[in-house]
Design a protein around this ligand. Structure first.
Ligand SMILES: NC(=O)c1ccc[n+]([C@@H]2O[C@H](COP(=O)([O-])OP(=O)(O)OC[C@H]3O[C@@H](n4cnc5c(N)ncnc54)[C@H](OP(=O)(O)O)[C@@H]3O)[C@@H](O)[C@H]2O)c1
Length: 259
């Protein structure tokens, strides 16, 4: 079985809080090819409707969802993943994440259950989210399938270089979530200054800064067509090394999703 993951584009769509199919369909129309949802967001059905409404080839889109911490016991993984696939209206979840290594998560049973889903073709690839280095190491030991992505919080007010280092060393991408710090980047002085210099927005600078890092792709959430287009285009904004370093050096730390 081919377990090689499709490469993720630099900018995908975060869908947390999207409760109508329209922004999903619009996103696909304007060029998004990676949709990120989760069981806990309660919108897998909406994402599925948006996908079904679009003319984009299903095979060209990476559909990612996540198993919440109450569904990670070995026996629950299969049935819960199949429910997600059904809500999404897909035969195969391209990328299925462990949302957090908490609750019912037990690497010895959760991860083999994920491997079985890959073998059965219900899941294309396995991802993890909100893992620490020791969680990543344990997962690498237990999983048959490679870790295909680590989804972790990354924005100008919170980033973890050691997680990027681990990803580089082991050859999987980091999917940066909340790249706009949930909207707070527009008030971060260093980011605003750089945006003014480039005649663009702080949101575009935050996205460009994230994807300038190796091996990072990102999934800003946006609802309006204007934001959807602007975020996709932001991947082409080239920041200078000094600008990247200035954002790296911001000391004000704000983790939006701590334990
Ligand atoms: N794995 C995890 O534990 C985890 C945790 C949190 C989030 N995530 C994922 O990451 C995704 C993104 O994170 P997030 O939703 O927390 O926040 P975010 O992407 O950092 O920020 C989204 C906010 O920024 C606004 N926005 C988007 N584009 C903009 C632009 N160009 N100009 C001005 N404002 C803009 C959005 O408004 P509009 O909607 O009005 O456009 C929304 O209010 C989530 O949707 C989810 O898929 C994963």
């Amino acid at each position: 079985m081919d377990r090689s993951p499709a490469p993720l584009p630099p900018v995908g769509l975060g869908t947390m809080g999207i409760e109508e199919p329209e922004p999903i369909a619009t996103a696909l129309e304007v060029g998004y090819r990676h949709l990120d949802t989760a069981r806990i967001y309660g919108n897998e059905g909406v994402v599925g409707e948006g996908l079904a409404a679009s003319d984009v080839e299903r095979a060209d889109v990476t559909v990612a969802t996540k198993l919440w911490i109450d569904a990670l016991a070995g026996d629950d993984v299969g049935p819960t993943a199949r429910e997600s696939a059904e809500r999404l209206g897909v035969d195969r979840i391209d990328l299925l994440y462990v949302h957090r290594p908490r609750g019912a998560y037990d690497p010895a049973t959760t991860l083999p259950a994920l491997d079985s889903l890959v073998d059965a073709g219900v899941v294309g690839a396995v991802g993890v989210s909100n893992f620490e280095i020791d969680d990543l190491e344990r997962a690498r030991e237990v999983l048959d399938a490679p870790i295909t992505a680590h989804q972790t919080e990354l924005h100008p007010l919170y980033h973890r270089p050691e997680l990027l280092e681990h990803a580089r060393e082991h050859g999987y991408p980091v999917v940066a979530y909340s790249p706009l710090a949930g909207g707070k980047v527009r008030a971060v002085e260093e980011v605003v200054e750089i945006a003014e210099r480039h005649g663009t927005t702080p949101e575009a600078v935050a996205i460009a800064w994230a994807v300038a890092k190796d091996p990072v792709v990102t999934i800003p959430k946006a609802s309006s067509e204007r934001h959807l287009r602007a975020n996709l285009a932001a991947a082409d904004l080239a920041l200078g090394p000094d600008e990247v370093a200035a954002i790296d050096a911001i000391e004000r730390e704000e983790e939006l999703y701590p334990e």
